[in-house]
Write a protein that binds this ligand. Structure first.
Ligand code: G6P
Ligand code: MG
Length: 216
C-alpha cells in the first residue's frame, strides 16, 4: 500500500499560529478594536486576505481594497519580523522524528499550506529538505476549505487522493482534506477539528503504523 503524507505548516509542524495571532491582534488594536482568542480559531488555515476580511467585520470596520492591501502588508511585515527570528527550537514536538521516519521508509511527503511565507519558515527551522513537494499560498488560487492545495500536493507527489493522509490544525483545512477525499489527522482540540479520523495533541503521539491503519 502506498500512502503519502501532506502536512499543513502553521500549527502542525511549527509554532507560528501564535505569531499570526499576535500580528493580527496588533493590527486590530491599531484600528481601535480587539478580538478574543477564541475567534482566532477561525483565522487558522485561511488566507491572509480572508483573515483580514473576517477581522474587519468583527471590528465593524470598512476599508477600500487599496486600504486592505496596505493593512495586510503591514500585518505581514510584523509577522515576517517575528518569523525571521525563528529557530529549530520552534519545531513542534514529534515533527522531526515523524518526518525522518517517513523519509527513512520512503513515504512521500508534501507541504500543503496557505502561507506565502512557508519558504522562510522552512528555511529558518531547517525543515525544507524533508519535502518532496511544496504547495503553499504562492501556488494556489483558492484558499482552504477549497481542496486545491491538497489536490495539487497529491498530483506533485504522484499519489492518488485516496492514498493521502493530511495533518491539519484548522477546521478549514480539515474541510479541504475531506473535499479532496483524503484521510485526516487533526492536531489540537477535537472541537475545532470536526471530521478528522483521529485527533492528537502533536505529532509525537502518532506512528507510521497508526497512520497506515487510517487507510485500512
Ligand atoms: C496559514 C495560517 C493562517 C494564515 C495563512 C496565510 O494557513 O494558518 O492563519 O492566514 O497561512 O499565511 P501568510 O503567511 O501567507 O500570511
Ligand atoms: Mg495550520
Amino acid at each position: 500500500q502506498h500512502i503519502a503524507c501532506i502536512f499543513d505548516l502553521d500549527g502542525v509542524l511549527v509554532d507560528t499560529a501564535v505569531y499570526h495571532y499576535q500580528a493580527w491582534k496588533q493590527l486590530a488594536n491599531s484600528l481601535g478594536f480587539d478580538f478574543a482568542h477564541a475567534q482566532n480559531e477561525q483565522l487558522k488555515g485561511i488566507s491572509r486576505m480572508h483573515s483580514l476580511d473576517k477581522i474587519l467585520k468583527w471590528g465593524g470596520v470598512e476599508k477600500s481594497e487599496a486600504e486592505k492591501e496596505a493593512l495586510a502588508t503591514l500585518k505581514n511585515s510584523w509577522y515576517v519580523a517575528m518569523i525571521s527570528k525563528m529557530t529549530e527550537a520552534e519545531v513542534l514536538p514529534g515533527s522531526l522524528k515523524l518526518l525522518q521516519d517517513l523519509k527513512d521508509q520512503g513515504i512521500k511527503i508534501a507541504l500543503g499550506s496557505a502561507s506565502k511565507n512557508s519558504g522562510l519558515i522552512l528555511e529558518r527551522t531547517n525543515l525544507a529538505h524533508f519535502f518532496d513537494a511544496i504547495v503553499d499560498g504562492n501556488t494556489v488560487s483558492a484558499s482552504k476549505p477549497d481542496p486545491e492545495v491538497f489536490v495539487k500536493a497529491a498530483e506533485l507527489l504522484g499519489a492518488l487522493n485516496k492514498d493521502c493522509v493530511v495533518f491539519e490544525d484548522a477546521q478549514a483545512g480539515v474541510q479541504a482534506a475531506i473535499a479532496a477525499g483524503m484521510a485526516i489527522v487533526g492536531i489540537g482540540n477535537a472541537e475545532n477539528l470536526q471530521g478528522a479520523q483521529l485527533v492528537i495533541n502533536d505529532l509525537s503521539e502518532i506512528t507510521i503504523a497508526e497512520i497506515s491503519a487510517l487507510k485500512k
